[in-house]
Write a protein that binds this ligand. Structure first.
Ligand SMILES: *[C@@H]1O[C@H](CO)[C@@H](O)[C@H](O)[C@H]1NC(C)=O
Ligand SMILES: *[C@@H]1O[C@H](CO)[C@@H](O)[C@H](O)[C@H]1NC(C)=O
Ligand SMILES: *[C@@H]1O[C@H](CO)[C@@H](O)[C@H](O)[C@H]1NC(C)=O
Ligand SMILES: *[C@@H]1O[C@H](CO)[C@@H](O)[C@H](O)[C@H]1NC(C)=O
Ligand SMILES: *[C@@H]1O[C@H](CO)[C@@H](O)[C@H](O)[C@H]1NC(C)=O
Ligand SMILES: *[C@@H]1O[C@H](CO)[C@@H](O)[C@H](O)[C@H]1NC(C)=O
Length: 627
């Protein structure tokens, strides 16, 4: 029996079945700055917009833009705000990756993900947890890059004074605010509750009885407010070489950590050109390893190659050479691994060590009036990092080094752990811009890819594209379905032999902005707060002018054995079918074929073993170049 010819829905399965789990948090909201112009659909904007995790922080970012700030100013202000509104996701004790497109269209990546301190625990990887959960411990703390990078990008692209960006957050932190609902819910998850109550971050998130606070209770960050005030006045050096740094190091030492002042003073932001891949007539700019950018590009390119355009794959030459993952030959070799009728053990896919599932992170997308676009993902890794709190500074520390676990055999000082973060910027031939990224740990790449495919290729409006339920495969190769996922598809998958997982926390969150013909649509994921559905911003689907690969006619003849498995008429899926049906239906089509293979392949390919390899190769190249 001949191998299946690539089909769109097959590829779609790939995506959906794609990655592993995640626990992120937060979400929702959109805010934008200017009033809808008469020429723009209602709810869209003409000048600038911010899409952060929360309405509050989107608003703070927007206010900054309104006061004349640049997109970078807006992004920094929104992220600082997020560090108190969604303190479980990110903060100045963590790191980020920014992808920034300037007015002229040059795209740079500012990578300030945490690094391994000069001295770190011997046999660190022996401490790696063997099951999914939240991991505490000072040995996992990476050197925080957040503030140093804010300062660097602010110097380059900022328009408002540095201190201005901190003002709204200092006020929130000091005066307190009602504990947000999604944080309140998260704190009640037994796993999170236990994590918080037994760690020092309980100082912030617990009441006097050392019990986690509830939604609506007054949440304050008094110490952090002081710290931010000092940094606002003195700059990032207060953190990297001043009193705040010393206090922080003292607290880390007290918690048993090894980081030193020297680690802080020597932290450097890595600035590099974005990698660029072509997806039809659209260009996607992505951050290089150790980010999840290449994985996202891989998914989309694989998607595109399979179904949509046999002849027109148009890959930037440089990328082909540089990046194994997104090389055609590699993608072809993956295709070759796919049999239509059976699945294989992990070893067949060289997926000997599936990566551990991962959690956390936030994303913000910002576009300003002058055309500066910022796609920024930021994280302290797991929910509340490793639960290490610095009482002298009010900073919650990351546990980023945990990302080496099950992905690395060794750890070197100065190295950055691999990441799923994938803040990208797309541009269409006609000048349209699409700024997108997400949170949710290992779930980021699949959630972002699905949102993009739903929107750009399947014609769903941006809001629906992001809101569509997802399916993902965890590191045990269990298939997990987001609530409301189409039941008949679940049944179909089970029939094919998939084992359902039991994942409860679909906290994947995607935030995106799109500008076309002078109109901006901003969508923040509504997963955590359906009330933002009422936002008028979400009500106006805008057609993005990217050429859909579905423009070409499609015929999807199914082989008899598979066809007979299902009742619905997938024999002649057409473009109009795809366009008029929800993602679930498309997935249903996908799922008629052996997802068995595709998920395994994906967790193999996506498995960070490979990413990690790429990232090491990359770092070797970079350090050679630097010498
Ligand atoms: C599965 O497909 C392969 C070719 O891809 C074929 O050699 C094999 O016989 C098929 N197995 C079954 C059980 O149909
Ligand atoms: C919250 O706590 C802060 C700091 O103690 C206090 O100033 C503020 O009044 C409180 N807000 C409310 C609503 O209780
Ligand atoms: C703390 O515990 C005491 C005794 O159980 C109880 O009376 C009090 O209401 C609790 N306080 C809070 C804030 O839960
Ligand atoms: C999927 O894999 C399971 C075992 O992992 C196997 O029993 C089942 O037959 C496979 N289904 C298909 C359609 O290949
Ligand atoms: C799997 O690994 C083996 C040995 O390292 C290698 O020869 C083979 O090409 C790999 N296969 C794939 C699909 O990468
Ligand atoms: C679920 O998928 C099946 C098969 O594609 C389709 O017939 C059905 O309408 C879908 N249900 C919903 C609620 O979308």
């Amino acid at each position: 029996m001949a191998k299946y010819k690539p089909k769109p829905w097959l590829v779609c399965c790939f995506i959906s079945a794609g990655l592993l789990c995640a626990v992120a948090l937060v979400c929702l909201c959109v805010v934008s700055r200017t009033k809808a112009d008469k020429d723009c659909p209602s709810g869209s904007f003409t000048r600038a917009a911010v899409a952060a995790d929360s309405r509050q922080c989107s608003e703070i970012g927007s206010n900054i833009l309104q006061q004349g700030g640049s997109a970078v100013d807006g992004a920094i202000a929104a992220l600082l705000c997020t560090s108190v509104i969604n303190p479980q996701s990110m903060g100045i004790g963590g790191g980020s990756i920014f992808t920034i497109r300037n007015k002229k269209g040059n795209v740079k990546v500012y990578n300030f993900r945490e690094t391994v301190p000069k001295s770190f625990k011997t046999n660190l990887l022996d401490d790696c947890p063997t099951s999914v959960g939240l991991t505490t411990g000072s040995q996992w703390i990476g050197v925080p890059g957040e503030l140093r990078a804010y300062e660097e990008v602010h110097k380059q692209y900022g328009k408002l004074p540095w201190a201005k960006l901190f003002e709204p957050t200092i006020k929130l932190a000091r005066e307190g605010f009602p504990l947000p609902a999604h944080l309140g819910t998260l704190l009640q998850f037994p796993i999170v509750k236990g994590h918080v109550e037994k760690s020092s971050i309980c100082d912030i998130f617990c009441n006097k009885n050392r019990t986690v606070l509830r939604t609506g209770e007054n949440l304050t960050f008094l110490k952090l407010a002081d710290t931010m005030e000092t940094i606002a006045k003195q700059g990032a050096k207060a953190f990297y070489s001043g009193k705040i740094g010393q206090d922080l190091i003292q607290d880390i030492e007290a918690a048993g950590g090894t980081m030193t002042m020297e680690d802080l003073t020597s932290f450097q932001v890595r600035v590099e050109d974005a990698w660029t891949v072509s997806l039809g007539s659209t260009k996607m700019h992505l951050p290089p390893p150790p980010s999840g950018g290449p994985l996202l590009a891989f998914i989309l390119k694989l998607m595109q190659e399979f179904p949509f355009n046999q002849n027109s794959l148009n890959v930037d030459q440089k990328i082909q050479i540089a990046v194994h993952l997104i090389q055609d030959s590699f993608i072809n070799s993956i295709n070759d691994r796919i049999s239509s009728n059976l699945t294989h053990e992990n070893s067949y896919y060289n997926n000997t060590k599936p990566s551990r599932d991962n959690v956390g992170t936030t994303h913000v997308s910002v576009l300003d009036e002058e055309g500066l676009a910022v796609s920024a993902s930021s994280t302290i890794n797991q929910v509340f990092g490793g639960g290490v709190y610095s009482p002298r500074t009010g900073i919650i520390l990351n546990n980023e080094l945990l990302d080496f676990c099950h992905r690395a055999d060794t750890v070197r000082a100065g190295e950055q752990p691999p990441s799923s973060m994938t803040p990208v910027i797309l541009e269409s031939k006609s000048g349209g811009l699409f700024v997108i990224g997400g949170s949710g740990g290992s779930l980021i790449t699949s959630a972002v890819a699905l949102s993009m495919i739903n929107h750009l290729w399947l014609g769903m409006n941006l809001k629906d594209a992001i809101a569509a339920p997802i399916v993902f495969v965890d590191s045990n190769n269990k298939v997990n379905f987001e609530p409301d996922f189409n039941k008949s598809v679940i049944k179909g998958l089970t029939t094919l032999g998939h084992k359902s997982g039991n994942w409860k926390f679909f906290l994947n969150v995607v935030n995106a902005l799109e500008k076309e013909n002078g109109c901006i649509t901003a969508v923040s994921d509504v997963r955590k707060d359906g009330s933002s559905l009422s936002s008028p911003l979400l009500k106006s689907p805008l057609k993005f002018p990217f050429k859909s690969p579905l423009e070409s006619p499609l015929e999807f003849p199914l082989g008899p054995p598979l066809e007979s498995l299902f009742e619905s008429p997938f024999k002649s899926l057409s473009k109009s079918f795809l366009k008029s049906h929800s993602q679930c239906d498309v997935l249903a089509a996908c799922c008629k074929i052996p997802l068995n293979n595709t998920d395994t392949i994906l967790s193999g390919v996506m498995g960070s073993k490979l990413t990690r390899q790429r990232s090491l190769d990359f770092e070797t190249k970079v350090s050679k170049r630097r010498r």
